[in-house]
Ligand binder design. Structure first.
Ligand code: ATP
Length: 246
């Protein structure tokens, strides 16, 4: 098998005396969409923040594109090609939609890619027509779904090799969640970005993913193809009940 784009090896992360990750290992191959599903407090956000350099692990390591990410500060991780769409979206509310996008492309603009960024912004506007219509509007005035689209578009403008999506469904109405997942499917089909998706809505995540891991209380409990996990009775029982599927 080719070397994975991302691999997490025996990662342990503590918040003081609370051990949030108890030695998890997983990998994401080039062009894959891998989902990590698990309920509240399982450690999903902790894992994402550790990959993106916002948290330092106690032990274990994160390898990206053949190099260790462990200990690399967050701004350098972005430079290496990892973009995170954080939980709860976090767009710059007092900036316009267009300015939020420009901020996503900051490093590229600084390295003289003005024309390419303009082209990519145009591409984002054709993928997200509502962002084009609202480009001069303050991001804080967008609906929750539109803010999620903006957060994803902003992350894509850094041209990441790996996009980390932390609970993109969070706080959104079911019909908007449909739109967000339709977009994730399109990103997957385009195959130019590798995706790591963390979701509480297990059914949604397993429907779009190639492979998935189940995380419970800081440990990986199950791993397999998304199809296998969808058919797994213990996954069905714990995560695919009516309330979890929407
Ligand atoms: P959710 O879906 O609710 O966001 P999650 O799977 O992302 O959950 P984490 O946010 O990673 O879970 O939390 C994992 C564990 O670490 C939880 O027990 C949580 O209470 C704890 N935790 C998270 N952040 C902190 C913190 N800053 N200080 C102390 N404990 C924390």
């Amino acid at each position: 098998m080719a070397e994975p784009l991302l691999s997490i090896e025996e990662l342990v992360v503590d918040y003081g005396r609370i051990r949030a990750l108890k030695g998890i290992s997983l990998s994401v191959g080039q062009g894959e969409l891998v989902a990590v599903i698990g309920s509240n407090g399982a450690g999903k956000t902790t894992m994402m923040k550790t990959i993106s350099g916002l948290l330092k692990p106690t032990s274990g390591r994160v390898m990206f594109d053949g190099k260790p990410l462990t200990g690399v500060p967050a701004h350098r991780v972005v430079k290496l090609g990892v973009a995170q769409v954080p939980e709860g979206r976090r767009v710059f509310a007092q900036q316009t939609v267009r300015d939020n996008l420009v901020l996503g492309a900051f490093l590229r603009l600084r390295s003289g890619q003005k024309r390419e960024v303009a082209e990519d912004t145009e591409r984002m506007f054709s993928i997200f027509p509502r962002l084009r219509e609202r480009q001069d509007q303050l991001a804080g005035t967008l609906s929750g779904g539109e803010q999620q689209m903006l957060a994803i578009a902003r992350a894509l403008l850094s041209r990441p090799k790996l996009l980390l999506l932390d609970e993109p469904s969070m706080g959104l109405a079911p019909v908007i969640i449909d739109e967000v997942f339709a977009l994730i499917e399109r990103l997957k089909a385009a195959r130019d970005t590798t995706l790591l998706l963390v979701e509480q809505l297990a059914f949604r995540a397993l429907e779009v993913a190639d492979r998935a891991y189940v995380i419970e209380q800081g440990s990986i409990k199950l791993a397999g193809s998304a199809k296998e996990l969808l058919a797994n009775p213990s996954v069905q029982q714990a995560y695919l009940g009516a309330a979890a599927t929407h």
